[in-house]
Design a binder for this molecule. Structure first.
Ligand code: AMP
Ligand code: FE
Ligand code: FE
Ligand code: ZN
Length: 290
């Protein structure tokens, strides 16, 4: 049983339509897929249809852009997976709308910085962004590749947006992580932190782990961690598993598929059927379709 609970379509920053994403899942013999586009539920209806047609299970999800503000420390971005929340919940949907607007402003600002140094038009970016899709950096990255400035989107991230880059603007002013956890729970969803402590955001081996901070999130209703993910370093995985055992949390594994914009392959990491059952048992919002 292959259960992959994290995948992006062209409704956010994936290269593939929802239909092609599920066809790819079929090819790779994935049995259950959660569609988790950034800050949007736009692909859910289409996913239900194509998943039923192909005989694949579907779990509705969102990857919410949040920012954590631990006391006395620097704030940092946290991606929060929300499984099966009620998409019509007023508080949750207005928070998502706000983030979508902030993302549009931020992408336009980043584009201006880049345009000052590279030959790039806003239309080149729009060409990589489906109408109505969540705005994100991969659209600029793909545009930079199409203009011949870089060989791959990975190169754009590694070079143009290397740490400390003058061309980078974070997603600021988005919902606080703890507030987002509460919003998801109130909407009947199950909040799980995506790729925790990935990409050098977290402490290195031997450094203190942010225990108090995670315990605050757990107290707010955090249901679990995405542990098996290519961006979660092994020392963090071990620590997260111990933390999950201590607090009886859900742990998941997922690909974070983005089509051809990332090397991640559907089904490269998976979640156990027991853990999926726990997610479904906790959710009181949208229904999964298995
Ligand atoms: P944003 O949320 O707009 O800052 O964009 C972050 C997104 O960029 C992530 O969700 C990934 O889809 C993508 N991304 C991050 N790092 C890389 C990378 N090294 N190569 C390709 N895509 C990446
Ligand atoms: Fe993404
Ligand atoms: Fe993410
Ligand atoms: Zn993701």
């Amino acid at each position: 049983m292959k259960i992959d609970l994290h995948a992006h379509s062209s409704w956010s920053d994936g290269s593939e339509t929802v239909e092609n994403l599920f066809r790819e899942a079929k090819k790779r013999e994935v049995d259950v897929v959660a569609l988790t586009d950034h800050d949007t539920t736009r692909g859910w209806a289409e996913a239900r249809e194509i998943a039923a047609e192909l005989g694949i299970g579907f779990v509705p999800g969102i990857e919410i852009t949040t920012r954590a503000h631990p006391a006395g420390e620097k704030s940092f971005g946290v991606h929060l997976l929300a499984y099966m929340p009620d998409p019509n919940n007023e508080a949750l949907s207005s928070s998502l709308e706000n983030t979508l607007r902030l993302r549009e402003e931020r992408l336009a600002q980043m584009f201006e910085l880049i345009r000052a140094e590279y030959d790039l038009d806003w239309q080149d970016v729009l060409d990589q962004l489906r109408n109505g899709a969540t705005h994100g950096r991969p659209s600029i990255a793909a545009a930079m590749v199409s203009k011949g400035h870089f060989a791959s989107t990975a190169d754009v991230f590694n070079d143009l947006w290397a740490p400390g880059s003058a061309f980078y603007i974070p997603n600021k002013d988005v919902v606080d992580t703890i507030d987002a956890i509460r919003l998801v729970v109130a909407a009947g969803g199950v909040p799980i932190i995506a790729h925790p402590m990935s990409r050098g955001k977290g402490p290195e081996v031997g450094e203190a782990m942010p225990v108090a901070h995670f315990e605050e999130m757990i107290a707010a209703g955090l249901a679990g961690f995405e542990v098996d993910h290519r961006d979660v370093p092994p020392h963090a995985q071990k620590w997260l598993l111990e933390m999950a055992a201590k607090h009886d949390l859900i742990v998941t594994g997922s690909s974070d598929y983005h089509g051809n914009r990332k090397p991640n392959l559907l089904g490269e990491n998976t979640t156990s059927p027991e853990m999926l059952e726990r997610i479904i048992a906790q959710a009181t919002g949208a229904k999964a379709q298995l």
